[in-house]
Each structure stands twice: as C-alpha cells, then as structure tokens.
Design a protein around this ligand. Structure first.
Ligand SMILES: [Zn+2]
Length: 78
C-alpha cells in the first residue's frame, strides 16, 4: 500500500524528475485521494531549493496535523 510516508519520499524525487514512470503513476494515484499530500507538494515546489531540506525535516509533524484535520472532516465524529 502506498502511504503518505511513501509519498513524501516519492514527492521529493518526483519534483527533481528522478521518479520512474511506474512510481510517478503510483504517486499521482495517491495524490488524487490525499489533499494534504497535494498541499505538501505545492509548498515543496514553492520552496527555494536551499530551504527544502528544512521543509522536509519539519514536514512530518505538520503533515500529520493536516492529515488529522483532513480526516476529521471526512470521518463521522462520535
Ligand atoms: Zn498522503
């Protein structure tokens, strides 16, 4: 299964054009169903190359928060 964690590693290679076609297809499939990862891809692309390492180091917590917020809107709360 292709998880968000996998997608983050793939995203970095995808932006750098280092992803194989099969991996890119898997990533695009994941992005269709996962707005938080799309957000991350967009901020990553908008980040200057030198600052990207810091962004990736910080990302997991931020993405986890976004994911939680996203899932809260999708899942019925009881
Ligand atoms: Zn995701």
């Amino acid at each position: 299964m292709f998880t968000c964690k996998d997608s983050i590693h793939s995203l970095l290679e995808y932006v750098d054009g280092e992803l194989s076609e099969a991996q890119a297809a898997e990533l695009r499939e994941h992005l269709r169903a996962c707005p938080p990862c799309v957000d991350f891809l967009q901020s990553y692309k908008a980040t200057p190359k030198l600052a990207r390492r810091a962004l990736v180091d910080e990302m997991p917590r931020e993405l986890a928060g976004k994911l939680k917020a996203f899932l809260r809107t999708k899942l019925p709360s009881k």
